[in-house]
Design a protein around this ligand. Structure first.
Ligand code: UD1
Ligand code: MG
Length: 475
């Protein structure tokens, strides 16, 4: 792990491009990897340098990008690039709000989500060690097509130039070292280099990469730092690459979790967000997706086929084939299979929520049971209470939501409806099939349904003239 480096004058993140190949109404930079926007990774990496200035160059879909930045990174300054005249023009725009900045300027892209702050720190360190004017991140690729190629000096030590794919000679296309587009510049050299750029190239653009040739022409040093981790240099241009990036980042998150003591049975079907917190000896079964600000305490088992979003799962709890969002599951609780815990659900320790149970905005006390086919919304349920099969908390009076309270050690028989607002005291019982509209006191049994009566001869009357029904006659 790299230590901090200080003293970076500015980071410029290029994010003005059109992202055409995403074919999206949403800016490419807002598409997500492991639950966070691609742009947020660029900001995190830049923040690792604790720069004095952090500028994001915006252009296409800039309202979306600016809005998003104001939410996730209010410390960022944005600079507008009106027309996308190339990366050199973009950096010019990025430097504009910084005036006569002195020191080191780091340039990165908004669409390279796996680039880490550690790599940027290493790049700055290399820049300082070499006394470079420019230091760039490069990678050796089997298929370098499309990238700018690194042309080295005869002795191979320094970078002489970067040549874009479209400007390459046939020999240069054979070069496998590519430019990642991530650099540390001396601010003075960068400014002078940008001022010298021309559009005299195959794409008619101002190439940031030409600053390298400029620096060497001034007799200044330019070195590259080759990374062995090609993912850190890869951008996302379309949704195929986005999926590949998600897959790789997920692989890294899972490996990290495994090394920290989490059992993941099937990494290929397990998905983690960057923001989740998993305790040791957690077991994740196939088909599990753990998202947002979810924490799972040690010894819990999640899955198979379970989604947790912004949830908190206590020690040793089990959540089987269920969907859980903005809910708290206490230690040792058991949920599912096929439960839907909606926002505001709080299960105390050792609660049992069984099959086809839906809960919303409900607090369930320790050891209470809702084992089968229950809807419980806007309610409080006391400790050790049993809610029978098919019970419905009717929380909607047709106009507004109402709430119900069921005390501790209570029992609600199967297929009952609790019509809120209603209150059941500690130890209250409800006979099955009741429609409960009034309070039930401690130790009382509420029976709120038609009393059963049997009508003798009923069937025979309806079948006059037919053979009488005799036990065992229906073959
Ligand atoms: C650039 C580099 C190339 C490198 C490659 C790595 C140049 C001339 N070439 O090529 O050497 O191998 O990146 O991915 O720099 N952008 C703007 N404004 C612009 C143009 C681009 O903000 O006017 C942003 C884009 O949004 C993107 C980044 O800069 O995030 C790179 O632009 P892109 O057009 O993808 O550059 P490449 O041609 O791939
Ligand atoms: Mg590109």
């Amino acid at each position: 792990m790299s230590e901090q480096v200080g003293g970076i004058a500015g980071v410029v993140v290029l994010a003005a491009g059109a992202g055409t190949r995403m074919k999206s109404q949403t800016s490419k930079l807002l598409h997500q990897v492991a639950g966070r926007s691609m742009l947020s990774y660029a900001i995190s990496a830049a923040d690792a340098l604790t720069p004095q200035n952090l500028v994001v160059v915006v252009g296409h879909q800039r309202e979306q990008v600016e809005q998003h930045l104001s939410e996730i990174a209010p410390h960022v300054v944005t600079a507008l690039q009106e027309n996308q005249n190339g990366t050199g023009d973009a950096v010019r725009c990025g430097l504009a709000p910084l005036g006569d900045l002195q020191g080191e300027v780091v340039v990165t892209y908004g669409d390279v989500p796996l680039l880490t702050g550690e790599t940027l720190i290493d790049l700055v360190r290399a820049h300082r060690e070499h006394g470079d004017a420019v230091t760039l991140l490069t990678a050796e690729l089997d298929d370098p097509h499309g990238y700018g190629r690194i042309v080295r000096d005869a002795d191979g030590d320094q970078v002489a130039a970067i040549v874009e794919q479209k400007d390459c000679t046939p020999e240069q296309t054979e070069i496998t070292e590519i430019n990642a587009g991530i650099y540390v510049f001396s601010a003075d050299v960068l400014r002078a280099g940008l001022a010298s750029l021309t559009t005299d190239n195959a794409q008619g653009e101002l190439y940031l990469t030409d600053v390298v040739k400029f620096a060497r022409g001034q007799g200044l040093a330019v070195h590259s730092m080759v990374t062995a981790d090609r993912w850190q240099t890869e951008g996302v241009n379309d949704r195929v690459q986005l999926a590949a990036m998600n897959r790789e980042y997920n692989r890294r998150l899972i490996e990290k979790a495994q090394r920290a003591g989490v059992t993941v049975l099937d990494p290929a079907t397990t998905w983690l967000h960057d923001t989740v917190d998993l305790g040791s000896d957690v077991t994740l079964l196939p088909g599990t997706s753990i998202e947002g600000a979810t924490s799972v305490a040690s010894g819990a088992t999640i899955g198979p086929d379970t989604t947790l979003i912004d949830a908190e799962v206590g020690e040793g709890a089990k959540v089987i084939r269920s969907h859980v969002e903005l809910a708290v599951i206490g230690a040792g609780a058991s949920v599912g299979p096929f439960a839907n815990l909606r926002p505001g659900t709080q299960l105390a320790p050792a609660v049992k929520v069984g099959a086809f149970v839906e809960t919303k905005n409900v607090r369930v006390g320790e050891g209470a049971k809702l084992p089968h086919h229950v809807y419980a919304g806007d309610a409080t349920i006391g400790a050790r209470t049993t809610i029978g099969a098919g019970v419905v908390f009717d929380n909607n009076d047709g106009f507004a939501k109402q709430s119900a309270t069921v005390g501790a050690d209570a029992f609600v028989g199967a297929q009952s409806v609790l019509v809120a607002p209603v209150e059941l005291a500690d130890g209250a019982h409800v006979a099955s099939g009741s429609v409960v509209t009034d309070a039930v006191g401690t130790g009382e049994l509420a029976v709120a349904r038609g009393k059963q009566r049997n009508i003798p001869g009923y069937v025979e009357d309806r079948r006059a003239g037919e053979a009488p029904i005799i036990e065992g006659a229906s073959e």
